[in-house]
Design a protein around this ligand. Structure first.
Ligand code: NAI
Ligand code: PHE
Length: 354
């Protein structure tokens, strides 16, 4: 193992990192088991090109820690884990299918050490293929294949509740009437969020680096496109980052004109310093791991715990309430909302251990 990777491992507070090379597709498969305190490690599988293996290892470690926080903050009995698949060459559709099957074999061998679902770069269609080999260890398969379907929809519903409760905290109303909301990233989650915001009367702006995605959204909904480059300085009430993480830095926050940031992207903060930039600008930040917990919690609730529609609804509503609660704890204790959410997760983890 390279010295870069072993130094990352030394700093990481997770339980286990599994590194596997799939020869047939020339892809690295990394699985990070961050914590099994609250239950079996569960998290999405991200398929992405990375500049180097160290970046992939860093990502999987951070993402798995985010899953632990997510489940713990919502007091949901699963542990945190994540998988990253890093192809080193172009993947033909045949090779990709074989890769998913080989990944299924690996999950089967792990025998319940890690349960997965979709994430950036994978979808329910991939989960269907993995599920042919490892049906017990995969969530979010399509309904035709016995799963609960895409996790993007419950994720978007959770983000919507979080936005409404953020509005309540700032403006004393959950009504989004005429609130200007910018959604960055119109993928699975962003796309599902648009009709929810519009149905509440919000003025919705969208940004995506993929023009086709923007065009389709504009044709379907009364939304306005914003150039991706101007997202940070765009004048709006709420900014909802639903693309990739790591975008909220002291530099980007210094340009922001919004009152709150509430979005789905995992690991939005480039570093903890971003939190102080939010405080300086009086921008309310809703911790990502609470806001985006809807997909993982609802899908796992349905598939592993047999939840009915009403139980899903209660869990998704609870995301808004938790965000509101976190804002209140932060205000009362003069700490950041991120610190308040981490404290909540820590308390739930400790209570669970007893
Ligand atoms: P996706 O891959 O379907 O969509 C991401 C979209 O963001 C794409 O349309 C892409 O073109 C766009 N994008 C990428 N970079 C961009 C940039 N710099 N500026 C503007 N647009 C950009 O992903 P999905 O599933 O919608 O997830 C979005 C985020 O939410 C990810 O960070 C993911 O980890 C997180 N998340 C997703 C959950 C789910 O259930 N899908 C659950 C929890 C978190
Ligand atoms: N991508 C989801 C997340 O980051 C992971 C997930 C989806 C886990 C569905 C389980 C079931 O929260």
């Amino acid at each position: 193992m390279s010295s870069d990777i072993s130094s990352l491992l030394k700093k990481w507070n997770g339980e286990l990192l599994i590194q596997h090379y799939d020869k047939e597709s020339a892809s690295w498969i990394l699985i990070a088991i961050h914590s099994t305190i609250m239950g079996p490690a569960t998290g999405g599988t991200r398929l992405m090109h990375y500049k180097h293996a160290q970046a992939a290892v860093n990502d999987v470690m951070k993402l798995s820690a985010g899953m632990t926080l997510k489940f713990a903050a919502m007091n949901f009995p699963r542990g945190g884990g994540k998988a990253v698949i890093m192809p080193t060459r172009f993947l033909s559709s045949e090779k990709r299918k074989k890769l998913m099957k080989n990944y299924g074999l690996l999950l089967q061998q792990l025998n319940g050490l890690f349960y997965t679902g979709p994430d950036v770069g994978t979808s329910s269609a991939d989960m269907d293929i993995i599920g042919e080999i490892a049906p017990k260890y995969v969530f979010s398969r399509s309904q035709q294949h016995g799963g609960a379907g895409s996790s993007s929809i419950p994720t978007a519903i959770g983000v919507y509740h979080a936005i409404k409760k953020t509005s309540l905290f700032i403006w004393d109303t959950q009504q989004l009437n005429n609130k200007r909301i910018l959604v960055q990233g119109i993928g699975g989650v962003g796309k599902a969020l648009l009709p929810l915001l519009l149905s509440d009367g919000a003025k919705v702006y969208i940004a995506d680096t993929n023009n086709d995605v923007l065009l389709k959204a504009i044709q379907k909904y009364p939304v306005t496109a914003v150039n991706s480059e101007n997202v940070n300085s765009f004048d709006c009430d709420i900014f909802s980052p639903c693309a990739l993480g790591g975008t909220l830095s002291p530099k980007t926050i210094s340009q922001m004109k919004c009152k709150a940031v509430v979005g789905a992207a995992n690991n939005q903060l480039s570093s903890q310093a971003a939190l102080y930039s939010f405080q300086k600008k009086s921008i309310l930040y809703a911790p990502d791991f609470v806001v985006n917990s809807g997909g993982a919690v609802a899908i796992t609730g349905v598939e592993a715990m047999g939840w009915n529609e009403n139980e899903v609804k209660i869990a998704l509503d609870n995301i808004g309430n938790t965000v509101f609660n976190v804002f209140n704890i932060a205000r009362q204790n003069n700490i950041t909302s991120e610190q308040a959410a981490r404290e909540l997760a820590k308390t739930n983890l400790e209570t669970f251990k007893k």
